[in-house]
Design a protein around this ligand. Structure first.
Ligand SMILES: [Fe+2]
Length: 239
């Protein structure tokens, strides 16, 4: 038994009961997540019945190539809310790609996540030119930057993470990074950031149930990692 670290099933740990998910692509027909209302209902049913989420923030991608706007996703959100009769309380924000049009988008009343955050991401392979400058412009526009899934950015190293935290930017873990879904490197980085207390929040980043469901059903974590995750889940409820 020496060196053996007992692991527990995440879904049986109870830490996601009545929890809030702050990042998913369940809004239908606007990005690479749910394609239609029926699929959105199935996703919400799994999130509610099996995982235990009671509040879900829908965060569709807003980026140059998708032509999503706050007005467009708000209209789709109204349609979903009117048609949905399930138990989850729905909220709308967006996940903003820090691409060429981002600074202009900041001026057009973007959808904040909770009381103060703007959920932002970059390309996985390359940082945008002037990343620090772009993030500072988010502060100046009146939002606290929340960087989605920092473990997935292949160009970031330990120094980059420390630098971003020193500036006061918040980090959101993708829970499926812990399963290795995005590869060995994001998984290793996710555990390092989790163990060093650098994450502030956790999200599902749910796109498709066929991948998400089996990964969530089988995910096992040590007590130490479950406790660290539990802290992030607690933060989610105060977003
Ligand atoms: Fe996402």
């Amino acid at each position: 038994m020496f060196g053996f670290k007992r692991k527990y099933k995440l879904l049986e740990s109870g830490i996601l009961k009545d929890a809030t998910d702050i990042h998913c692509h369940v809004l239908p027909g606007v990005d690479d997540g749910s394609p239609d209302l029926e699929t959105s209902f199935r996703l919400l049913e799994f999130m509610s019945e099996r995982i235990g989420y009671s509040n879900v923030w829908l965060t569709p991608h807003v980026m140059r190539d998708l032509h999503n706007t706050a007005e467009k996703v708000s209209a789709v959100f109204s349609t979903l809310k009117d048609a949905y009769s399930g138990a989850v309380k729905l909220h709308l924000a967006s996940e903003y790609m820090m691409d060429e049009g981002f600074k202009e988008r900041l001026k057009t009343d973007p959808l904040r996540l909770g009381t103060e955050h703007l959920l932002v991401e970059t390309s996985y392979m390359n940082p945008p030119v002037g990343l620090d400058d772009i993030l500072m412009s988010v502060w100046e526009a009146g939002f606290r930057p929340l960087i989605a899934h920092p473990e997935r950015y292949m160009y970031m190293d330990k120094h980059d993470y420390e630098h971003l935290k020193e500036y006061g930017f918040d980090f959101q873990l993708n829970i499926m990074s812990l399963s290795g879904y995005y590869g060995a490197r994001p998984k290793a980085v996710a555990f390092k950031l989790l163990e060093s207390g650098m994450y502030d929040y956790v999200g599902s980043d749910l796109h498709h149930l066929d991948v998400y469901q089996p990964m969530m059903e089988s995910m096992k974590l040590t007590k130490k990692h479950l406790d660290a995750l539990d802290e992030l889940v607690a933060n989610n409820s105060y977003i």
